[in-house]
Design a protein around this ligand. Structure first.
Ligand code: SF4
Length: 444
C-alpha cells in the first residue's frame, strides 16, 4: 500500500501530526494484537478530533474480520479497506482528499486474484526486506482465525516472487526474510507439490543478496529437499522458525495440528543432524483449553531437553469464531500467565547458555543501526537472530556502515545478546555460508 501511494505521488511523513491522513494497517490474529490496533485507532481519532490530522484509513485483518462492525465502534474512521482490497488504497486516499468519489468501505473476496505487491516502499531499513511468498492458509488449527480472515492458501508464482526479490535487492536488500502464513506449504496449491526448496535455489542464485531467512514453517511439509536446501545453499541461513505450539499429543489433537510428538521429535533430530550450526526458533501456546498440569509439565520438560536457541510463548486467548473458543476447560488467566512465565524461565537457561557458547567465536554480523549514544558502536544480528523478534549483537568497530556484514569476534554475552568487536568487512566475494562460526583465531 505504501508503494502504491508513493507511486501515485503521496509522500510519507515522519509522524501523524499535521498529515493529510494516516493509514493504520491492523492485525487481528490474537486478542492482544486487536487491542493494540484499536488503541492506535483511538489515539489517531483523538488527533483528528483536535484537527491535527486530516483523516484515517484503517486496513488489514481487523476490518477484514469485523467489516462494518469496526465502523460502528469507531464511526469517525474515514475509509476501511479489507486485506484483499489493498490495491484500492490510492482510490481511498484520493477520495478522502476530495479527488474522487469512493465508498467508505472496500472489501474483496479472499479467494479473488492475489493483489500484486510489486510496488514497494519499504519501511524496514534498506538492507532487510520481508518477502511474502503466499497468502492465506489451508490448515485448520482450532485456535487460529487466520484462515477465516485471509482465506485459503495461495502461492505467488515463482517468477513473480523472483521479480519481487530482485527489486528488493536492487533497492538495497541484503537479507530477505521469507514469510507467509505457512511457508513450507509453498507451491502445493499451484504446482501440486511443495516447492519451497526449488524457490530457495532460485533466490539463492540472485547476485547482491547475502542472507535468506525462513520463517513460519509448518512441521509436516519440512521434507528432505527443503532440509538439503537449507543445509547446502550458500545464502540460506541455518535458521529455521518452526512453530510447534505444543508437544502433548492430546493437546495437539485438540489444537487440530496434523502432527504428533513422535513426528516432531523425529523432525527435530533430522534438522539438527543435517543442518550444521542450526539455530532453531519455535513458538508454543500455553493454557490451551483443557491443558492439564501434567501436559504443561510435559511441554516444560520437552523445552528443557530440546534446547531451542530461540523461543516465544503465547498465552492462549479465545478468538472469535474459532473451534477452540467453543471448547470446555478454559483456564484462569492467572494460571495461563504463570505457565508462560515458567516456560520462559526454562527457556532462558538454554538461550543464555547458547549466548555464552558463542564467546570466542568469529561470527558474521549484519549491522542494523548505529548506537546514537556511543561512538563507533552499532547494533546488529547474527545468523541466529531474525529482525525484530530475536536477540541483538552489539558491535564496536571503526567506521562501520549500516547494512554491512562484518566478521566480528564475540567477546561477551549479556543474557540473550552478544557483545562483539568487528574485524573484517565482508563483501560478496569473501563470504562463506554463515554458520555458528569458528573458534577465534589470532586477531587481525
Ligand atoms: S498453520 Fe498457522 S496460520 Fe494456518 S491455521 Fe495453523 S496457526 Fe493459523
Amino acid at each position: 500500500m505504501a508503494g502504491q501511494l508513493a507511486s501515485a505521488g503521496y509522500r510519507m511523513v515522519d509522524g501523524p501530526d499535521g498529515a493529510d491522513f494516516v493509514l493504520i494497517n491492523t492485525c487481528a490474529f490474537i486478542a492482544a494484537a486487536q487491542k493494540e490496533s484499536e488503541q492506535v485507532i483511538a489515539e489517531m481519532l483523538r488527533l483528528k478530533t483536535r484537527r491535527r490530522l486530516g483523516g484515517i484509513i484503517v486496513a488489514g485483518c481487523l476490518p477484514q474480520r469485523d467489516g462494518a462492525g469496526l465502523l460502528e465502534r469507531f464511526p469517525q474512521i474515514d475509509r476501511v479497506l479489507g486485506v484483499f482490497a489493498r490495491n484500492r488504497i490510492v482510490e481511498a486516499a484520493d477520495s478522502l482528499l476530495g479527488r474522487r468519489d469512493n465508498e467508505q468501505l472496500s472489501f474483496c473476496e479472499s479467494g479473488g486474484p492475489l493483489p500484486d505487491d510489486g510496488l514497494r516502499l519499504r519501511v524496514t531499513p534498506p538492507h532487510v526486506a520481508y518477502l511474502r511468498i503466499a497468502e492465506g492458509c489451508d490448515r485448520t488449527c482450532s485456535f487460529c482465525t487466520i484462515p477465516a480472515i485471509r482465506g485459503p492458501y495461495r502461492s505467488k508464482p515463482v517468477d513473480k516472487v523472483i521479480i519481487e526479490a530482485q527489486r528488493l535487492i536492487d533497492s538495497g536488500a541484503k537479507e530477505l526474510v521469507i514469510v507467509a502464513q505457512d511457508t513450507s506449504y509453498y507451491g502445493v496449491d499451484i504446482y501440486g507439490k511443495p516447492l519451497l526448496a526449488d524457490l530457495l535455489a532460485r533466490l539463492d542464485a540472485l547476485s547482491g543478496l547475502a542472507w535468506l531467512r525462513l520463517m513460519y514453517l509448518y512441521p509436516t511439509h519440512v521434507n528432505q529437499d527443503l532440509i538439503a536446501a537449507v543445509a547446502g545453499l550458500p545464502k540460506v541461513l541455518p535458521y529455521l522458525d518452526l512453530p510447534l505450539q505444543h508437544i502433548d499429543d492430546a493437546v495437539l489433537r485438540r489444537m487440530r495440528r496434523a502432527v504428533t510428538r513422535q513426528q516432531i521429535e523425529k523432525l527435530l533430530d533430522q534438522v539438527r543432524e543435517s543442518i550444521p550450526g542450526l539455530a532453531l526458533r519455535t513458538t508454543f501456546i500455553v493454557g490451551f483449553p483443557g491443558e492439564t498440569k501434567q501436559q504443561f509439565n510435559a511441554l516444560s520438560n520437552f523445552v528443557r531437553a530440546a534446547r531451542f536457541e530461540r523461543l516465544g510463548v503465547f498465552c492462549y486467548s479465545d478468538e472469535p469464531g474459532t473451534r477452540a473458543a467453543a471448547l470446555e476447560g478454559k483456564l484462569p488467566p492467572q494460571t495461563i500467565l504463570r505457565r508462560r512465565q515458567q516456560l520462559m524461565a526454562v527457556q532462558q537457561q538454554a538461550a543464555f547458555a547458547f549466548s555464552r557458547s558463542q564467546i570466542g567465536k568469529r561470527l558474521e554480523v549484519i549491522i542494523d543501526a548505529a548506537l546514537p549514544e556511543a561512538e563507533d558502536a552499532y547494533v546488529g544480528r547474527t545468523w541466529a537472530d531474525a529482525p525484530e523478534i530475536d536477540a541483538a549483537a552489539y558491535v564496536t568497530g571503526r567506521g562501520l556502515q549500516v547494512g554491512q556484514i562484518v566478521k566480528a569476534e564475540i567477546v561477551a554475552a549479556r543474557g540473550y545478546d552478544l557483545i562483539a568487536v568487528a574485524g573484517q568487512v565482508l563483501g560478496d566475494d569473501n563470504r562463506d555460508k554463515p554458520t555458528d562460526g569458528q573458534p577465534m583465531e589470532a586477531s587481525s
